[in-house]
Design a protein around this ligand. Structure first.
Ligand SMILES: Nc1ncnc2c1ncn2[C@@H]1O[C@H](COP(=O)(O)OP(=O)(O)OP(=O)(O)O)[C@@H](O)[C@H]1O
Ligand SMILES: N[C@@H](CCO)C(=O)O
Length: 328
């Protein structure tokens, strides 16, 4: 569940009155997600258009200084026709508001447009193709976005997270994990490209961050890892997230070709980008192995969240290292 902070009906109505969206009709906490508290709101809907909105209270992990980047990126992409929720500005034009939670801690809150659709758990090639095209559309549409943000989840951070886990911690997860990391991380780091095109990237485009109706992408959400980095790395992250079963044991070549075809229908990869994909995909697998391993060891047993299996991405790492020809 992800509603960490309770907001009473009167306080919610008063908060919503700060936006030109009509009066509050209902507010329901959303169970999905782990980082923030989210509510689905329905209003009588006057000014800003629409009657359904997502209210997010930023609880952990997000730096306040990064919020203008994330929220104005949504506006930029939505204005260019990408299936991305726009930010509803308050009556003063602000992208977010600050509000004390019941413990008196100031928290940031933002209202964004609700988009229809569901997250698929067993994608078809047609859906993978549509996701590839939506990713390319996003990269292209962001090319004139003025904001910049470094990738806080880049190579140096993977290294830091693995170090924090320690060899013993990694061995607790799986006896082979430490040697897998020691074998691949230095090689990937040494060969990491520096001369490929960069852009705004989503950096976490997993199926649960894509809303779909049939074969159509209706929403790209959760831009809270978005940053400026190698464009092809985002393709690699999306590939790692979409082209295997959850356990990482079974690669799906049909989804892989569909995703890449969809991507290249809008933004063809350069020969250099394509040649780098095997390495970038190993990097993507290392990134999610690192964060999942760290969370595995550091999430208290009574926490509300379900830990995600690091080995699902360690298996992808091994697969990408052993099968570099899949991107040829
Ligand atoms: N704009 C939107 N339109 C419709 N539903 C949305 C929208 N934004 C978020 N949601 C719903 O809220 C859920 C949680 O959102 P989100 O993934 O942003 O939360 P989070 O706490 O940041 O999650 P994560 O665990 O991925 O860090 C999503 O799974 C989706 O069901
Ligand atoms: N999408 C990530 C969580 C957010 O970084 C994962 O599945 O590990």
């Amino acid at each position: 569940m992800a509603v960490y902070t309770q907001i009473g009906a009167e306080a919610m109505a008063a908060l919503i009155a700060e936006f030109d969206v009509g009066q509050l009709v209902s507010a329901k906490g959303i169970a999905e997600g782990v980082s923030n508290s989210n509510w689905l709101l329905e209003t009588t809907g006057d000014g800003a258009g629409g009657t359904r909105f997502i209210l997010t209270m930023y609880e952990f992990r997000i730096e306040l200084d990064d919020l203008p980047y994330f929220l104005s990126l949504l506006d930029h992409l939505a204005a260019k026709g990408c299936p991305v929720p726009r930010t509803i500005h308050d009556r003063d034009g602000a992208l977010y508001r600050m509000r004390p939670n019941p413990d008196g801690e100031l928290k940031a809150l933002a209202l964004i447009e609700f988009l229809p659709g569901v997250s698929v758990s067993d994608p078809t090639p047609a859906q993978a193709r549509a996701v590839g095209a939506a990713l390319a559309g996003m990269h292209t549409a962001a090319s004139d976005f003025a904001g910049t943000r470094d990738n806080a989840m880049g190579l140096a951070e993977w290294q830091r997270l693995f170090d924090a886990c320690g060899a013993d911690g990694l061995a607790q997860i799986d006896p082979h994990l430490a040697s897998l990391v020691t074998e691949h991380l230095p090689q990937v780091a040494a060969a990491w490209p520096t001369d490929l095109p960069t852009s705004v990237i989503h950096a976490d485009l997993f199926p649960d961050n894509v809303l779909m109706l049939g074969d159509r992408v209706t929403g790209l959400i959760d831009f809270y890892f978005a940053c400026n980095d190698l464009t092809a790395y985002d393709v690699a992250v999306t590939h790692a997230a979409w082209c295997f079963d959850d356990s990482g044991r079974n690669f799906r070549p049909d989804l892989s070709s569909a995703l890449l075809e969809g991507y290249e229908s809008l933004r063809p990869l350069s020969p250099q980008e394509r040649a780098a994909l095997p390495l970038l995909a190993q990097g993507a697998a290392l990134r999610f192995t690192a964060t999942r391993a760290y969370d595995w060891l550091n999430t208290p047993a009574d926490a509300l969240v379900t830990r995600k299996d690091p080995m699902a991405f360690a298996r992808r790492l091994q697969f990408y290292a052993d099968n570099q020809d899949i991107f040829a």
